[in-house]
Structures are given as structure tokens and as C-alpha cells.
Write a protein that binds this ligand. Structure first.
Ligand code: PBG
Length: 326
């Protein structure tokens, strides 16, 4: 027996390291978020998310074209309507901005996967994810609205409904609603574990969806809770979710790993806006190497157990992978 193990044998050359690498990033596993804003003349960069834009319908199609050229095949759509009201009417309108965007992309790119974020916060005047009684966010009344939104998105051509409003019973309600409307084959990507996180800050600039009062702590989860997170994943799976998501990802890699061990459903990590903004900001200061830190971050999510990553770095990653020829 040798006195110690020479781990460095497997690190000696680049070819050796490539051969023993355990985790791979692939353009097939990423979902690119897209923001489309009604009435916008030309695309607007989001100040807190360099490289991320609010698009008009025309600009949106150009963005999809350039992403498809890079090999990206899946997009999650967020919409900002021209008019907001108490119940977020525009979220389920047939000519709502999200519905228009889905139809337009599908007409031009029938083979891409369109995931519709199904929530009310971008569409309500108060910025909460459900309907209110005073300042209380009602659960069951919000579910009724959520089903209407999901069905209208499926009708517009969405392949996957991704409910992010964090009400109890949302997967069950949406599954029933989709089935009743004839959309049995449309999948549900449940934002199963969604923490009430300050990492969403930049998103609320992009989605113009900050709550007008209070916070989301009565419906989104306490970041301190692990067992509750596992119960959330269990109930969404039992209600019929086709995918489970953990959000945010970076500060919750343990939760990703735990859900991976508990469930055999495809697991999604949402590399959220604040995680993106931190890397971009540090890189702009010259403090870190953006590309390397991006790769390390996304690898960490896959290593923890994610099969799929929703990330604002989708195009940057696709570019990196094409340069490397992998
Ligand atoms: C809508 C929604 C949010 C995000 C995705 N869908 C914001 C929120 O819950 O306030 C955040 C995504 C990100 O930060 O990148 N409910």
C-alpha cells in the first residue's frame, strides 16, 4: 500500500481533465428569460441587469433569432402590460402582451419551447402575485385567476406553464383547468420552492413588479427553512407537476440537492436576477473574471442536482460553449 493517494494523476493534462470531468454544461439545458413590454418603441436595457432588455414585440423576435442561432431552444416569457388593475386582467387577455409574444414567436419559430411564467404581479396595480382582500393576498380567489391566465397562455401556444405565484394548490388547480380546456399535453413547471428572496430585486426593475406595499412573505418561503421546502416539493409533485423548480439557486444549493434525492422529476434551478447582477457588477469593476465565474456558478447548480437552469447568462453560456467547441 502506498502511503498516500496521487489525485493529481487525473489532473495532469487538459485531455485527462476533460475525460474525468463529471458535470457538463450544455446549451440544451438552459432556458433564457425574455421580458416583453407592451407599447415599447425600442428595446430598453435593464439598469441593474446589464445585457438584459425589455423588448418590444419586434425586438423580441430579433432576440429569439440570435439566441436560436446560438443553439438556445427554450425561453421563459415575462410580460409587462400597458394597463394594470387590481386583478391583473391583462395577464389572461387574449391579446395580452404575453399571449401576443407567444403567438409571434411560435409563428416564426415553431420548434422552440415556450415556457409561460404564470403569475399576476407584473399585471396587478398593487404588484402582488394574487388578488387582495384589503392587504391580504387571497389564496383560492387567486387560484381562479391563475387558471384563467394559464389556459389563455396555453391557447396562445405555450408548451409549458410555469406558475410562480406561490399559492397553495396552484398545480392542482392549473392541471384541472388545463385538462378541462383540452390542454392535457401541456406540462407544468412548478416553482415548487420559491423563497421570499432579496435576490429578486433586479427582476422587479425588469418586470416592473415590485409590491406596492408589504412583502411576499405570506406566500413565498422563509429562506431559513429546509424541511418546509421539501414539503412544498412533495405537494407539487403529488398535485401533478411535471418539473420542480428551486428558486433562487445560488444560496440554496443544499435544497437543490435534497430535492434531487427526494424526487425523480426533472429539476430546474432558477439562477435569478440578483445572482446575475452580482457577477456582472463585480466583473464590470474588474474584480472577477465574468466568464469563469459564470461557468463555475452554473456548474455548481448542475452538480447540486439541477437538470435544467433558467439563466440570464443563457446567451453568454452558449457563446462560451461554442468557442470551446463542446
Ligand atoms: C413573479 C416572478 C419573480 C421572479 C420570477 N417570477 C419575482 C418575484 O417573485 O417577486 C424572479 C426572478 C428573478 O429574480 O430573476 N412572481
Amino acid at each position: 500500500m502506498t502511503s498516500f493517494t496521487r489525485h493529481r494523476r487525473l489532473r495532469r493534462t487538459a485531455a485527462m481533465r476533460d475525460m474525468v470531468r463529471e458535470t457538463q454544461l450544455s446549451v440544451h439545458d438552459v432556458i433564457q428569460p425574455l421580458f416583453v413590454k407592451e407599447g415599447l418603441k425600442s428595446k430598453q436595457e435593464v439598469a441593474s441587469m446589464p445585457g438584459v432588455f425589455q423588448f418590444s414585440l419586434t425586438d423580441l423576435l430579433q432576440e429569439v433569432a440570435s439566441s436560436v442561432d446560438l443553439g438556445i431552444k427554450a425561453f421563459i416569457i415575462f410580460g409587462i402590460p400597458a394597463h394594470k388593475d387590481a386583478i391583473g386582467s391583462q395577464a389572461s387577455a387574449e391579446d395580452g402582451i404575453v399571449q401576443q409574444a407567444i403567438r409571434l414567436i411560435k409563428q416564426n419559430y415553431p420548434d422552440v419551447l415556450i415556457i409561460a411564467d404564470t403569475c399576476l404581479c407584473e399585471f396587478t396595480s398593487h404588484g402582488h402575485c394574487g388578488v387582495l382582500d384589503g392587504e391580504h393576498v387571497l389564496n383560492d380567489a387567486s387560484l381562479e385567476r391563475l387558471v384563467e391566465v394559464a389556459v389563455s397562455q396555453a391557447r396562445a401556444g405555450a408548451d409549458i406553464i410555469a406558475p410562480s405565484n406561490a399559492m397553495d394548490g396552484y398545480v392542482y388547480a392549473i392541471r384541472q383547468g388545463l385538462d378541462k380546456a383540452g390542454f392535457e399535453d401541456i406540462a407544468i413547471m412548478a416553482y415548487a420552492i420559491k423563497f421570499a428572496s432579496s435576490f429578486y430585486g433586479p427582476f422587479r426593475d425588469a418586470g416592473e413588479s415590485a409590491p406596492a406595499f408589504g412583502d411576499r412573505k405570506t406566500y413565498q418561503m422563509d429562506p431559513a427553512n429546509r424541511l418546509e421546502a421539501l414539503r412544498e416539493a412533495q405537494s407539487d409533485e403529488a398535485e401533478g407537476a411535471d418539473f420542480l423548480m428551486v428558486k433562487p439557486a445560488l444560496a440554496f444549493l443544499d435544497i437543490l440537492r435534497d430535492v434531487r434525492q427526494q424526487s425523480n422529476l426533472p429539476l430546474v434551478a432558477y439562477n435569478v436576477s440578483g445572482e446575475y447582477a452580482m457577477i456582472k457588477a463585480a466583473a464590470q469593476n474588474g474584480w472577477i473574471d465574468e466568464e469563469k465565474v459564470m461557468v463555475e456558478t452554473l456548474l455548481g447548480m448542475k452538480r447540486a442536482g439541477a437538470d435544467i437552469i433558467i439563466t440570464y447568462f443563457a446567451k453568454d453560456l452558449a457563446l462560451y460553449l461554442s468557442k470551446k467547441g463542446v
